[in-house]
Write a protein that binds this ligand. Structure first.
Ligand code: FAD
Ligand code: MLT
Ligand code: ZN
Length: 484
C-alpha cells in the first residue's frame, strides 16, 4: 500500500470519513492538557459522529500508520488525552464529542445506553429525568465525558456508596485497533460467558480500544440528601468520625471528603469573594453527605451528628438547610483543584491507602516534607471515605516552577515509597497517562507489567492507540521477582 507523502494528503483521507479540524487555532484546545503541562502537536482533530465513522477512521489510520489519541472532555489529570511529541510521528486526536446521543433509557431494568461523548452531567440529568440516579459525581462533571470516565475508571465523591466507574458499567461498544466493532452493549446483571471483556477497556485510557457507547447502571433516586461541613482537631478524629458514621445504619453515607486547613486557605486566596462558613485554621474539615432513598425523619442527619459529636471530637459544624447551601459547602471541596491551578506550580499525588493508615501517613509525611522542603504548601484533601487522598503540593511564594520541578523526583519518591510500604497505590483514580509511566514501572511487579504489555501488544500490535501512555511494549526484567 502506498503511503501518502504529506500531512495534507493524509488529512484529506480523514476528511473523507468525518469532520476534521486541522488549523492550528482550532487544534489548540485539544493539544494542551487541562493542567497546561502537556502539549503534543496533533496531525488534526477528527470528530466522527457514528461508530461506523470511528471504525472506518481506525481502519484508515491503521493502513497509514497514523496513531490515534482518543479524547473526551480533556479534563484528565495525567496527560493521557493529548498527543506526545512535536507532530513528526503523526498522532491524530479522535474526539468523541460529536457522539453525544442518549440512545436508550430503561427505568424498568435500571439501565441507560449512552454514547461516549455525552457529558457526565448530562448522564446524571437524563437519569434524574427518568426518576433514577446515576451516581458518579466529580468536580469536572460539567466537562468530562462518560467515555473518558470509563477509559480512566473515574472515582469521585460517591465511591464509598456506589463504587468506581467500573462498578457502574454493564456493557460497552468498542472499536478495536483492527477497526472491528465489538458490540458488547448488553445490559445484563449476570453474564459469565467467558472473560469479562469490558473490564479490559475500563481504565485502559485509550490504549486498547475506542469506547463509543456504554450501557450503564441506574439506581433508585435519593429522596433526601443532607450535607454538613465539620471542623475537627486532627485527621485521627476524622477517621473516628468516619467509623462512627459507618456503623450507624440510620445514616446512609454518600460522601466523606477530607479538606485540610491549607486547602481551605488556598481556595480562600483564589476565590476571595467566597466566605468559609466555619472558623478557618482547624487542622481538618470533612464534608459529609448522606442520601436516603426512602422516607426518613427530617432531622435524622443532625441527630446522628449530635450523637457522634463528642466521641469524635467534632469542634464545629454547619448543616446545609437548602440545596443552595449544600452547593456552597461543596464549593470548598470541589474548587481545590482549580485553586491549585490558579495558584501556580503544583504537584499532584493521587494516592490510596488502607483507611486506618491515613492519619499516621499524613502526620509522618507532613513532618518529612516540612523539614526537607520548607517552601512547600501541603494541600491535602480527598475522598477519605474510600482511602483516596489527593496529597497535593503547591509552591510557597518565592519557590519557582523550576525549583519545584527539581524537587519533584525526590518528593515523589518519598511519598510513593511510603505509600508502597503501606500497601497503597500511587494512582487511586486518575490513571497513568503520560505522567505516571515511570511510577508504574517502579511500583508494579515485572509480572504485572509483562501482563499489561502482553495485553497491549495482542490487541494493538502496531502500537497505534495512544502511544506513550500507560505501558510500552518492551518486556520487563523478571529477575528478582517472586517465583512460585
Ligand atoms: P479525557 O481527559 O478526554 O481522557 C482521559 C483518558 O481517557 C485519555 O487517556 C483518553 O485517551 C482516554 N479516553 C477518553 N475518551 C475515550 C474513549 N471514548 N475511548 C477510549 N479512551 C478514551 N477524576 C476522578 O477520577 N475523580 C475525581 O474526583 C476527579 N475530579 C476532577 C476534578 C477536576 C476539577 C478535574 C479537572 C478533573 C478531575 N478528575 C477526577 C479527572 C478527570 O475529570 C477524569 O479522569 C475524567 O474521567 C476524564 O474524562 P474526560 O472525558 O475529560 O477524558
Ligand atoms: C478531586 O477529587 O477534586 C480531584 O480528583 C483531585 C485533584 O485534582 O488532584
Ligand atoms: Zn478526586
Amino acid at each position: 500500500m502506498a503511503r501518502p507523502q504529506s500531512d495534507a494528503a493524509l488529512l484529506e483521507g480523514v476528511r473523507a470519513i468525518c469532520h476534521c479540524l486541522d488549523q492550528a487555532d482550532d487544534r489548540q484546545g485539544y493539544e494542551l492538557d487541562w493542567r497546561g503541562r502537556r502539549f503534543g502537536r496533533a496531525l488534526g482533530v477528527a470528530l466522527p459522529a457514528t461508530v461506523e465513522e470511528v471504525s472506518r477512521l481506525v481502519g484508515y489510520c491503521g493502513r497509514h500508520r497514523i496513531a490515534i489519541v482518543a479524547q473526551g472532555g480533556n479534563t484528565g489529570l495525567c496527560g493521557g488525552a493529548v498527543p506526545t511529541g512535536d507532530g513528526r510521528d503523526r498522532q491524530l486526536i479522535l474526539s468523541l464529542r460529536r457522539m453525544n446521543r442518549i440512545r436508550r433509557i430503561d427505568p424498568l431494568t435500571d439501565s441507560l445506553i449512552v454514547e461516549a461523548g455525552v457529558l457526565l452531567q448530562e448522564v446524571q440529568q437524563a437519569a434524574d429525568g427518568a426518576d433514577r440516579l446515576f451516581p458518579l459525581s466529580l468536580g469536572a462533571e460539567g466537562s468530562c465525558t462518560i467515555g473518558g470516565n470509563i477509559a480512566t475508571n473515574a472515582g469521585g465523591n460517591a465511591v464509598l456508596r456506589y463504587g468506581n466507574m467500573r462498578d457502574l458499567v454493564l456493557g460497552l461498544e468498542v472499536v478495536l485497533p483492527s477497526g472491528e466493532i465489538w458490540h458488547g452493549l448488553r445490559s445484563l446483571r449476570k453474564d459469565n460467558a467467558g472473560y469479562d471483556l469490558k473490564q479490559l477497556f475500563i481504565g485502559s485510557e485509550g490504549t486498547l480500544g475506542i469506547i463509543t457507547a456504554a450501557a450503564l447502571k441506574l439506581f433508585p433516586p435519593l429522596r433526601q440528601v443532607d450535607t454538613a461541613l465539620l471542623a475537627l482537631p486532627s485527621c485521627e478524629a476524622a477517621l473516628s468520625l468516619l467509623k462512627a458514621l459507618q456503623t450507624r445504619e440510620d445514616v446512609p453515607l454518600t460522601a466523606f471528603e477530607l479538606i485540610s486547613a491549607e486547602s481551605v486557605r488556598l481556595v480562600g486566596e483564589q476565590f476571595p469573594d467566597k466566605s468559609f462558613p466555619l472558623e478557618p485554621g482547624h487542622p481538618a474539615y470533612v464534608l459529609v453527605e448522606a442520601g436516603w432513598t426512602g422516607p426518613c425523619r427530617e432531622d435524622a442527619f443532625e441527630q446522628c451528628l449530635e450523637r457522634v459529636w463528642g466521641a469524635c471530637g467534632v469542634v464545629d459544624a454547619v448543616v446545609a438547610k437548602s440545596d443552595a447551601q449544600a452547593a456552597a459547602l461543596w464549593f470548598w471541596r470541589e474548587s481545590i483543584t482549580e485553586a491549585q491551578l490558579r495558584a501556580g506550580p503544583h504537584l499532584k499525588h493521587d494516592i490510596s491507602l488502607p483507611i486506618a493508615d491515613i492519619p499516621e501517613f499524613v502526620e509522618q509525611m507532613d513532618a518529612t516534607l516540612r523539614s526537607r522542603f520548607p517552601g512547600l504548601r501541603i494541600v491535602n484533601f480527598g475522598h477519605m471515605g474510600d482511602g483516596n487522598l489527593h496529597y497535593n503540593l503547591n509552591a510557597a511564594p518565592g519557590v519557582t516552577a523550576d525549583t519545584l520541578q527539581a524537587w519533584q523526583p525526590e518528593i515523589e519518591r518519598l511519598i510513593y515509597d511510603h505509600v508502597a510500604e503501606r500497601q497503597g497505590s500511587f494512582s487511586a483514580e486518575h490513571g497513568i497517562g503520560q505522567t505516571k509511566m515511570d511510577d508504574l514501572a517502579r511500583y508494579r511487579s515485572a509480572v504485572e507489567l509483562n501482563l499489561m504489555s502482553v495485553i497491549k501488544s495482542s490487541l494493538d500490535p502496531e502500537g497505534l492507540f495512544n502511544p506513550g501512555k500507560i505501558v510500552g511494549q518492551r518486556p520487563f526484567d523478571t529477575d528478582g521477582d517472586e517465583a512460585f
